[in-house]
Design a protein. Sequence first.
Length: 305
Amino acid sequence: MDEDGHNIITNETMSFKEQEWKNEHETILVEWADKAMCYRWLHARSHQSYSKTNAWFTIPVIIMSTLTGTANFAQDRFPEDIKPMAQMGIGAVNLFAGILTTIAQFLKIGELNEAHRVSSIAWDKFYRNIKVELAKSREERMHVGHMLKMCKEEFDRLMETSPSINETIIKLFNTTFPTREPLKSQDPNEACIREPSEIKRPEICDSLVSTADFVFIPKPEEKSTTPMMLNLVKNNQKRIMETYEKEVKEWCDKFIAKHNRTPLESEIIDNLQDKMNLEILKKIINKILDSYEKEKTIESVENMV
């Protein structure tokens, strides 16, 4: 807390290393990983589809261009009576090849083919990064705040840069991976139902989930332990604040001993901003610099006396 009694360490100002992994964090990452796995499949199939389409446009153009080039080279050896017809035939084939090339460029088949290939690789990489991180124990994982921030930015970037999926591919996905129904027990006397774990599908796969399902609801035991948890959080925040103040104070004392002057606020920030939240650091700096000013004032008054 600061001098006014306000708590200056919150979830927003707390640095990543003070936050702990919880089930809610893992649920968010599992959903992103499931959707990334689906998008990887969709873009991979789209790449295969566009690759075939690109081949159907490119291979005929290659064949026709080769044939017309050879015919033009041997045109002088044609009999005079069929030369006009040969020239018209060569021109028609060249015209048809040009039309095919123009249509392929207009539809951007080659660009979409490469874009889906790159998107498939990117989504697969995103999925594997989350899977590897969740496979570790909570103590071995990277900081949860940094992990969520990094994954959210990457997920948003992939959603913005990935090309749209064709409706045919979406129908193929829903046919290949139908939504599984709950499995009822074979024993009629047993009323229990075992529900299989269903992956979270992207919204484009005809899957709409109400936002109300994502609202955090504390468990009953969590509600009963709320006062105790609040005390633990307050004590933890107080301990963290004392550690930060001690670290800043020690750095300032070393600076004064070396340079024989009080450090500037910018100098303290440049050296310590990587070790704690900037908002917390600024409030600690103000508190410590004020204490130095008070000490100087007291010393000057004593010297005058």
